[in-house]
Design a protein around this ligand. Sequence first.
Ligand code: PRP
Length: 187
Amino acid sequence: METEIRNSYGMPVLISKQEIEKKVSELAELINQDYRGREISIIGTLKGCFVFTADLLRNLRVPVKVDFIEVSSYGHEKTSSGVVRINKDIQGSLENEHVLLIEDIVDTGHTLNYLLDYLRLRRPASLKVISLLLKEKKQRLKKPIDYFGFAIEDQFVVGYGMDFRGRFRELDHIALLEEENQDSLFF
Ligand code: PRP
């Protein structure tokens, strides 16, 4: 996706604040319709999901419970051979609950596949997935993503919760991290 607009770090803006707001509102409306009359148990995948989760929640008109899980992947160049470790687990059983797992981005799908297996063990009444971003590649997902905001190419993105070496999560838009600029971004 070509863009002329750059942020204060000189990164190209891939998805603007306004585009995100519109998309989050549209996604929330789908969820409001699909879950009408039910309570949702939201599980956010830390850390990247926290901004998207907060904005999505404020657009929902169905009752929700919210919890978070944090995982790390090791020993993989973002391939399916990696090992996922749970750093922070959820509380409560999720049994017979309508679980909606929130991701900021699905890349290889490795994290998502692991989490789906993990959450299924808790016997929820239903289990769906929403991701703001989905990389346009052929992931071998164990289950199709139920809701996603934007399909993007295989580029490194930051902002709106997503980081590079822990930074840039606070940006209100999603920007492209160009490889040639990475070293000039730190003070
Ligand atoms: C990101 C994102 C997903 C995962 C997706 O997390 O939040 O959990 O990567 O990648 P995959 O589809 O290739 O498994 P990240 O590892 O950047 O951690 P963070 O959210 O704590 O920044």
